[in-house]
Write a protein that binds this ligand. Structure first.
Ligand SMILES: Cc1cc2nc3c(=O)[nH]c(=O)nc-3n(C[C@H](O)[C@H](O)[C@H](O)COP(=O)(O)OP(=O)(O)OC[C@H]3O[C@@H](n4cnc5c(N)ncnc54)[C@H](O)[C@@H]3O)c2cc1C
Length: 442
């Protein structure tokens, strides 16, 4: 939808070929199964969406999404310690993925030059290895085929994209690909937030430490619309959470700190436990193909997927849509635009894969010596961020995709990191008042 919003600025008509019948409201649907799970929208992505579709954030907040200041309203145990709740530096939009999709979709489709061909899927590209000229689409019910001619075909079909196969059908070389898989699985359940905690409650997040000699397990509590908490548990290979309802709270209590488990122990469940697998980091380097046909591009999960615990996929997709806009505006070739999209992917890709390869049993290329040194630096930086606001800011700007990764190496940040943390790092940062809103006065 964000890409369609960009394309309509440059072309007369945009047709979205969509496999699903789209729901008329914020409902989950088959084509986006991940929508059941925690979806944090980082401020870097939120700003990109707002630039593409002004007014989206206000509409989300009016519909009950929470604006969570980071780190002031974030209770987070990082790999290196509790992140202090310094005054706001960035923010996260916290709501269900279905609400986010619904608001974005209904705003995008206000432009009547964008139409959706629902219940339809592309089955092949039209054209040849020099120029893509459209797609052959199939109606999922009648199985009828129709050729759609187009000046530009943009693949945004997500992690199951068939673009590389279709390009190979044209005789183009295999698209270079990389996978780093920690074997992570997710389990998610929605709870009613206790009434006093229904508004103004922080995100609570216990992360894993990939250097621990056992699987990395996490627990995250997100306040979402309609006074609910969405709680997602995760575990890497060997430590996967199950979808057994009876074991949900005990798993949440078994991670590095029991806080999330304690908070939900007395809460009323509103949903079954949903599971998810297949969360590997997988990247297709389309931009590395020497010859690339005109008339075709890819963005979003079609290009790269990330371990979802880092919460970056939607933000990278939104920022890629901005790169697409800039490229089309400046008259770049499609190959150049694909390279610009790859640059947007780079930071989130490095952050996710450099961590994930450290988990026991992770599958992927081991870190190079430079990668290992950098990783040690980042460990120290995150540890320093537990007491030093300058470093906290650089770290938070990076993980909310709000600033260039190079900021992590600025002289001030570098010096502070080399000095390391000072004083005692904070203990769990949920305040007594916040806790009492859940457990009652002590
Ligand atoms: C468990 C989990 C949790 C996540 N948590 C976060 C998070 O906290 N924060 C974050 O930013 N990201 C998160 N992500 C990543 C995020 O979901 C994706 O990065 C994002 O949805 C990518 O957007 P996309 O438009 O590229 O693909 P998708 O959102 O997957 O959309 C693909 C679209 O294409 C349609 N489609 C698919 N195949 C076809 C076909 N053959 N023909 C026609 N239509 C088709 C689908 O119906 C859908 O509409 C998470 C992912 C997972 C798996």
């Amino acid at each position: 939808m964000l890409a369609a919003t960009v394309l309509i600025r440059h072309f007369d008509e945009v047709t979205v070929v969509e496999r699903d019948k789209l729901p008329d409201g914020p409902e989950p649907r088959t084509g986006v199964p991940q929508a059941r799970h925690a979806h944090l929208l980082m401020s870097g992505g939120a700003r990109a969406i707002e630039e593409l579709l002004p007014g989206t954030l206000d509409e989300l907040y009016a519909a009950g999404a929470h604006r969570i200041g980071v780190p002031d309203a974030l209770v987070s145990l990082s790999a290196q310690g509790w992140v202090p709740r310094f005054p706001e530096m960035q923010y996260i939009v916290s709501c269900s993925r279905s609400l986010l999709d619904w608001v974005v979709r209904s705003r995008a489709l206000r432009d009547t030059k964008i139409s959706v061909l629902a219940g339809t899927e592309p089955v092949a590209l039209l054209g040849d290895r020099e120029a893509v000229t459209g797609v052959l689409v199939e109606d999922r019910v009648s199985r009828e085929h129709v050729s759609l001619e187009a000046n530009l075909v943009l693949d945004a079909t997500g992690r199951a994209s068939k673009l590389s196969r279709w390009l190979a059908d044209f005789g183009l070389p295999e698209v270079p690909q990389e996978t780093v898989d920690s074997g992570l699985a997710y389990a998610t359940r929605v709870f009613r937030a206790p009434a006093p905690a229904a508004a103004g409650f922080p995100i609570v997040n216990v992360q894993a430490n990939p250097r621990d000699p056992h699987p990395g397990c996490t627990a995250t509590l997100l306040p979402i619309e309609n006074g609910r908490w969405l709680v997602t548990l995760s575990g890497t290979r060997g430590g996967e959470p199950t979808t057994d309802e009876a074991r949900f709270v005990s798993f949440a209590r078994s991670v590095r700190d029991p806080l999330v488990g304690d908070l939900i122990a007395g809460a009323e469940p509103l949903s079954p436990v949903y599971g998810a697998h297949g969360t590997a980091n997988r990247r297709l380097y389309f931009e590395r193909l020497k010859s690339w046909p005109t008339g075709v591009l890819a963005l979003g999960d079609s290009v790269a997927t990330y371990n979802p615990v880092y919460g970056h996929g939607m933000s990278v997709a939104a920022q890629s849509a901005l790169a697409l806009d800039a490229g089309l505006r400046s008259g770049s070739t499609v190959q150049q635009v694909q390279r610009d999209i790859a640059k947007v992917v780079d930071g989130a890709w490095a952050m996710a894969t450099n961590q994930d390869i450290l988990y026991p049993g992770a599958v992927g290329k081991p870190l190079s010596l430079t990668g290992r040194v950098l990783q040690r630096y980042v460990d120290r930086l995150v540890r320093t961020a537990t007491t030093e606001p300058t470093v906290t800011r650089a770290f938070i700007d990076a993980f909310t995709l709000s600033g260039p990764m190079t900021k992590l190496m600025s002289p001030r940040v570098l010096l502070a990191t080399l000095r390391g943390p000072r004083g005692t790092p904070p203990a769990p940062t949920l305040t007594a008042e916040e806790r009492s809103r859940v457990t009652g006065p002590v």
